[in-house]
Design a binder for this molecule. Sequence first.
Ligand code: 5RP
Length: 274
Amino acid sequence: MDWGIENRLSRIIKPETGRSVMLAVDHGYFMGPTHRLEEPRKTIEPLLPYADALMLTRGVLRTSVDPKASVPIVLRVSGGASIVGKDLTNEQLTTSIRAAIRLNIAAVAMSIFVGSEHEHQTLTNLGKLVSDAEDYGIPVLAVTAVGKELEKRDSRYLALSCRVAAEIGAHFVKTYYCDDFEKVVRGCPVPLVVAGGPKLETEMDAFQLAHDAIGQGAVGVDMGRNIWQSDHPVAMIRAIREIVHEEASVREAKEVFEEAKKTSEPVLAKMSAR
Ligand code: 5RP
């Protein structure tokens, strides 16, 4: 692998464990001011010390992250649709490689929508992005997005999407956890990270998801809502780190969460303190 790509990837997927806890805060690019990400800086700042990488758009990076921060940036460079528009899958590349390089990013990310009306457009855009990014030694994260059609979250569909992304040249892939996740991992020759998806009922459910995904071969998580929509986001990310980097069980992660809760301010108090 190209030295630059390998070097940048190793800033995200930590060589000590071969794993990564990526914090996803890119949701506003199609969801607007999502619950508990209304003021991105307030959400991001307390979590930064615990994130191996931050996934976001250039707008939130420039307005809401201190340029002195050392966290590797995975920059979302696709968009062009919103939750109130006609079709969430109608995405194009929204940020050039040149603009991404100016922001000193560690990787770029874009969504592909396999099986949708815009499958062809998003897949050929992925090919273009990979070719452009490789010219500068920049790795590409393909996000196997499922849009509103969440019923597509099964191993047959996700294995297909992940494999297609890897074949086109993505250097790592973000997907969803599903039953028979091993099948998705087996068919994908590049590292996989899992999204958390909409907030689950309990913290234990999120720990279980992370634990099962790691146990079945994911190299980490790229998690958003299950961390920052929690009443205790710092405790949450600390517990997720234990699972990802320290092989903690779900029960051990819960213990870390309960302990960390004692020392971290609940989010409700913090967000209302203006
Ligand atoms: C949307 C994304 C999000 O970053 C992704 O869904 C991760 O966040 P969450 O854990 O909240 O699902 O890429 O396409």
